[in-house]
Write a protein that binds this ligand. Structure first.
Ligand code: ZN
Length: 305
């Protein structure tokens, strides 16, 4: 089976910019593009297959009608969403529900996410966690607008990785580009938006009660056990293995040979140029290319070079 290559879906955001063009080479419909939904079956921006027998079909249709491509999963919806984000300005301070709350209140999955920092300007920061010790204290600090006391800021640089489970108060800061792996959900509870207004002088909606309901208190910063396995000049870095997703970085210098471990694997190229070899066929890879290698190849091995 051929990998399924995805056509990008661009989302305009008030905090977006044009680096998806200048860095990744995408043709953008505006200079306020915040997100490339690189691999998505979510109704707010669904990927269309660009190649092979399924060309022109959406990923959501394939999940519905061709479960054999995904190892006959029993999950009702394609569970993942991959994005590349360009934060020209600060994103709102936000929190996402878990599956139980999301399904009960929004009719969709919760959102656990994680971030690989593709690039960050000097001095760039994220918000990652908070200092409230009880629900009452969280509510009081939000009510009083004590943002500096409440929010935990963390400086970031290119190559950093963060796990952001549902219930974590977070925000991506300006000057940061991120590869995000997340559950397939578009439910965001906005805690604080820096009192910003749009062209029409409107502020964006806040969701204070839902935010207080779903925030983990006190905040917990997950321990990561990042490990690297060398293969010649190349390497595989394991960032995360969770019930939602496993995240690896393939650092390819020359070549890297991989055995597929899961029924399907999502891949996005964030740097460089090369080829993916599967079952004797070669597929061109460049920055921004995204695909799903959907079933075990005949000999169980891939080569990236
Ligand atoms: Zn988020």
């Amino acid at each position: 089976m051929e990998p399924l290559f995805m056509k990008p879906v661009f989302q305009e955001k008030i905090w977006g910019g044009s680096r998806l063009h200048s860095v990744f080479g995408f043709d953008l419909p505006s200079d306020k593009i915040g997100e490339d939904w690189a691999i998505s079956a979510h109704p707010h921006g669904v990927s269309v297959i660009e190649n092979g027998p399924f060309k022109g079909k959406t990923l959501a249709e394939l999940w519905q009608d061709h479960q054999e491509l995904f190892g006959h999963s029993d999950e009702p919806v394609f569970p993942l969403l991959i994005k590349i984000l360009d934060a020209e300005d600060d994103l709102s301070v936000q929190v996402h529900p878990d599956d139980t709350y999301g399904l009960a209140h929004e009719g969709e999955l919760g959102k656990t996410e994680c971030w690989y920092i593709i690039d960050a300007e000097p001095g760039a920061e994220i918000i990652y966690g908070h200092h409230a010790q009880t629900k009452e204290e969280l509510a009081e600090m939000i009510e009083a607008g004590r943002w500096d006391d409440l929010l935990t800021k963390v400086p970031v640089k290119k190559g950093d990785f963060f796990y952001v489970p549902s219930g974590t108060i977070h925000a991506i800061g300006k000057g940061i580009m991120i590869l995000e792996t997340q559950q397939s959900s578009d439910t965001t509870y906005r805690v604080y938006d820096y009192d910003r207004t749009d062209d029409q002088g409107q502020t964006r909606e806040l969701h204070i009660q839902q935010s207080i309901d779903v925030t983990t208190i006190p905040a917990r910063t997950p321990e990561l056990s990042i490990r690297e396995v060398k293969q010649g000049q190349s390497a595989v870095v394991t960032y995360l293995e969770t019930p939602f997703f496993n995240v690896y970085e393939w650092e390819v210098r020359g070549k890297l040979s991989l055995a597929q471990k899961a029924d399907y694997t999502l891949m996005t190229v964030i740097d460089g140029y090369g080829h993916l070899m599967i079952d004797g066929h070669s597929y061109e890879l460049k920055m921004g290319t995204s695909c799903i290698c959907q079933i075990r190849s005949r000999n169980g091995n891939w080569l990236v070079n």
